[in-house]
Ligand binder design. Structure first.
Ligand SMILES: N[C@@H](CCC(=O)N[C@@H](CS)C(=O)NCC(=O)O)C(=O)O
Length: 219
C-alpha cells in the first residue's frame, strides 16, 4: 500500500514531496485537491489538516502536513542512509537552517508577497520593492549555495534542495526576475534538473503548465 499524498499540481511544495518520494523509491497514492477550486476546504479535509493546505500525507493512518515536516518524516522513516538528512548534529543543523530560511523568508516572500496578491487578490503587476525583496532572498540563497559547495546545505543533495527547488523553479518560470544573475543558484538549479530522479515529470512539466495560469492572472 502506498502513502496517500493530497496534492495540487499548482503547488511547488507538493512537487518537493513528490521528488523526494522518487529519490526514496516510495509509491504515492495521489489524491488531487485543486486549491484554485477550494477543494481543500471540505470538513473531511479540514478534520485531517486544520490548515487546509496541500501537501498532506497519510501514511497508513499517520497524518503529516507542512512540506518540510513531511520531507523530514519521509527521509527519517524510509531513507536508506543519512545522506539526505545527516545525523551529525552540525550538518543536520545546516539543513534545518536552510529549511527554516525557506519557510520564513524565500518561499514566504514568493508565496505571500508575490504569488497570492496576483492569483488570489487579482493584482496585475508587482512593484519593484516586492521584487527586490524576492531578489534579496535569492541572493541569500546564492551565498548559502556558494558556502556549502554547490548544493543548498552541503556538497550533495539533501532535503533542503528538495524543499527549495520547487519554489525557485517557479520563480524562474515567472520570469519576473533574472534568476541567472545569481550564478550559484543558477548552476544549482541545473544540477537539480539533471540529478533529481523524475525531475521533469514531478516538477518541470508542472511548473511549465502553471506558467500559463500565472500569465493569465497577470494579463
Ligand atoms: N507551509 C506550507 C504551505 C502550503 C501551502 O500554502 N499550500 C497552498 C498551495 S501552494 C495551499 O494549500 N493553499 C490552500 C489554502 O491555504 O487553503 C507547506 O510548506 O506545506
Amino acid at each position: 500500500m502506498g502513502i496517500d499524498l493530497y496534492y495540487d499540481d499548482l503547488s511547488p511544495f507538493c512537487n518537493s514531496v513528490r521528488l523526494l518520494a522518487r529519490a526514496l523509491g516510495l509509491q504515492l497514492d495521489l489524491k488531487e485537491r485543486n486549491t484554485d477550486k477550494d477543494e481543500q476546504l471540505t470538513p473531511e479535509y479540514i478534520q485531517m489538516n486544520p490548515q487546509h493546505t496541500v501537501p498532506t500525507i497519510n501514511d497508513d493512518g499517520y497524518i503529516m502536513t507542512e512540506s518540510r515536516a513531511i520531507l523530514r518524516y519521509l527521509v527519517g522513516k524510509y531513507g536508506k542512509d543519512d545522506s539526505l538528512y545527516p545525523k551529525d548534529l552540525k550538518d543536520r543543523a545546516i539543513v534545518d537552517q536552510r529549511l527554516d530560511f525557506d519557510a520564513g523568508t524565500l518561499s514566504a516572500r514568493w508565496q505571500f508577497v508575490c504569488m497570492y496578491p496576483v492569483v488570489k487578490d487579482g493584482k496585475k503587476s508587482l512593484n519593484e520593492a516586492v521584487l527586490n525583496k524576492l531578489d534579496e532572498a535569492l541572493g541569500i540563497l546564492d551565498i548559502y549555495i556558494k558556502k556549502s559547495g554547490g548544493y543548498v546545505a552541503g556538497n550533495h543533495l539533501t532535503i533542503a534542495d528538495f524543499a527549495i527547488v520547487g519554489p525557485v523553479s517557479c520563480i524562474e518560470m515567472m520570469e519576473l526576475l533574472d534568476v541567472s544573475r545569481h550564478e550559484h543558484v543558477w548552476a544549482w538549479l541545473s544540477k537539480c534538473k539533471a540529478e533529481m530522479n523524475g525531475y521533469e515529470e514531478e516538477n518541470g512539466c508542472k511548473v511549465s503548465n502553471n506558467k500559463e495560469w500565472i500569465r493569465n492572472a497577470l494579463a
